[in-house]
Design a protein around this ligand. Structure first.
Ligand code: 5GP
Ligand code: ZN
Length: 116
């Protein structure tokens, strides 16, 4: 995807604070962190969201979750973390390239959602 922000970050065309990379996934610090630890983990190959996945995406989706604990432990959240994947309009996904937010830090991250 030529014009996708996170594809450009994964290709190194837009700078980011990278924390991890393998063949399939790329992880970097969120530009506007909501907690002391706030990392985004993305598939290198463009996937728009959890609403558009195919069977062939299963492996990379598993990989995104499988690296989360290591990334949190190595970046200041050794006692757990939260994974958030905003999806579509209702999930208020802003960037249309699938990404898992890994949030944490020295203190608990707070209630899961504000009750409405
Ligand atoms: P969403 O709301 O789509 O789940 O989250 C998008 C996230 O991407 C936000 O937390 C936002 O701060 C982050 N973000 C947006 N643009 C950039 C960027 O250019 N670089 C980095 N590192 N993070 C970004
Ligand atoms: Zn993309």
């Amino acid at each position: 995807m030529d014009n996708c922000l996170f594809c450009k970050i994964a290709r190194g065309e837009i700078p980011s604070r990278k924390v991890f990379e393998d063949e399939d996934v790329f992880a970097f610090h969120d530009i506007n962190p909501a907690r002391p630890l706030h990392i985004l983990v993305i598939p290198k190959r463009h996937i728009t969201s959890l609403a558009t996945i195919a069977d062939t995406d299963t492996l990379v989706l598993g990989r995104i979750l499988a690296v989360a604990n290591q990334l949190a432990s190595e970046n200041g959240s050794p006692d757990g973390f939260r994974v958030i994947i905003n999806t579509g309009r209702i999930g208020q996904q802003e960037v249309q390239h699938l990404h898992a937010h890994i949030v944490g830090g020295p203190e608990p991250v707070g209630p899961m959602l504000k009750r409405v």
